[in-house]
Design a protein around this ligand. Structure first.
Ligand code: AMP
Ligand code: MG
Length: 315
């Protein structure tokens, strides 16, 4: 299959209309999208990614009003999130409307909804005139794509169309907030933190226990994820450093120690760490690096999202 690269979102519309998938930029990571109401097109997302059938997709919207079509019982917490944080890097889980095909939600009676802040993403959704269901545009298990070149690494020749945009502003997937429970719960930590939600008057459970009472609440969280080909290790001091290795973190190490790494990235702060993590993983793989040492950060604020991804990449 020929994969075309486009920057005019209008050119993507015929693909969506013909039950095809289209990769598109967002401020979190690039997504692999299809028409939410088109069961056949949704299946193609699972096939292209090699995604387990029990891992539901996020439905992306361009207009806040679309929440009322996708979900029933838009409760007061959801209304507040929509008012304060949409559009932005947060996904809400609500009881789904039965018109949504079962494969979008992997058979769950709930639906994940996000309104991206990225203008290209919203223009694409608007142009298609349907909500776009999309997981991240990477092969299942590999690091999420934060640049269109990453999408090409995984899908060139396998999908018909990629919309080119800038590198993702945040570089980590959205915060997932379950709004169906009495007290809302963060199922996946992201750039919008429990502290941010608290400031807006929303008290959340923030243990991201994706498994409770024998029920998997966030199917995506049970899989190994975000893993490059290189082996990822939490950095625990200079004694441990193997040859052919790289380091990413936020604290500069001793000059002598730094020199032992073939590739090194010291980020200015947590936001930059988040933004660079997945592209660093992919760069290391391209250079044939065997070990990637990642620096542990405090599990607080954005640090919680970074540690969640690091632990999953370590496996
Ligand atoms: P991705 O876009 O690739 O990050 O995958 C979507 C994420 O949203 C996965 O971690 C899913 O488990 C999660 N998700 C989607 N729908 C639901 C839902 N109804 N309930 C809980 N988690 C969901
Ligand atoms: Mg993903």
């Amino acid at each position: 299959m020929k994969t075309i690269l486009i920057s005019d979102v209008q050119e993507a519309v015929p693909y969506i209309e013909k039950s095809q998938v289209v990769a598109f930029p967002t401020e979190t990571v690039y997504g692999l999208g299809a028409n939410t109401y088109d069961e056949k097109a949704i299946n193609k997302i699972f096939e292209a990614k090699g995604r387990p059938q029990d891992n539901p997709l996020i439905v992306h919207i361009a207009d806040k009003k679309q929440v009322n079509v996708l979900a029933v019982e838009v409760n007061s917490v959801a209304k507040k999130i929509i008012k304060e944080f949409f559009p932005g890097p947060i996904t809400i889980i609500l009881k789904k409307n039965e018109i949504i095909p079962d494969n979008v939600t992997a058979g769950l009676d709930t639906i994940a909804i996000r309104m991206p802040a990225s203008k290209i993403a919203r223009d694409f959704i608007k142009a298609c005139d349907v909500p776009i269901a999309a997981p991240s545009a990477n092969l299942s298990g590999s690091p999420s794509p934060t640049q269109f070149t990453h999408v090409m690494q995984d899908f060139a020749g396998k999908i018909p169309c990629i919309i080119i945009g800038p590198p993702s502003q945040y570089g980590l997937e959205s915060t997932v907030l379950d709004c169906t429970t009495e007290k809302p719960e963060i199922l996946r930590p992201g750039i919008i933190t429990a502290e941010d939600l608290k400031k807006a008057g929303i008290d959340v459970i923030n243990s991201y226990s994706f498994f409770k009472d024998g029920i998997v609440k966030s199917p995506g969280q049970k899989y190994r994820h975000y893993a490059p080909k290189a082996k990822v290790k939490i950095y625990s001091g200079s004694k441990d450093i193997k040859p052919d290795s790289a380091f990413i973190g936020i604290t500069a190490l001793d000059k002598k120690i730094q020199e032992q790494f073939k590739k090194l990235k010291i980020c200015k702060n947590l936001l930059e760490y988040a933004k660079n993590l997945f592209s660093f993983f992919r760069d290391c793989d391209e250079k044939g690096i065997q070990f990637i040492y990642v620096q542990k950060v405090e599990e607080k604020g954005i640090g919680m999202a970074i540690m969640n991804r690091l632990k999953k990449a370590v496996g």
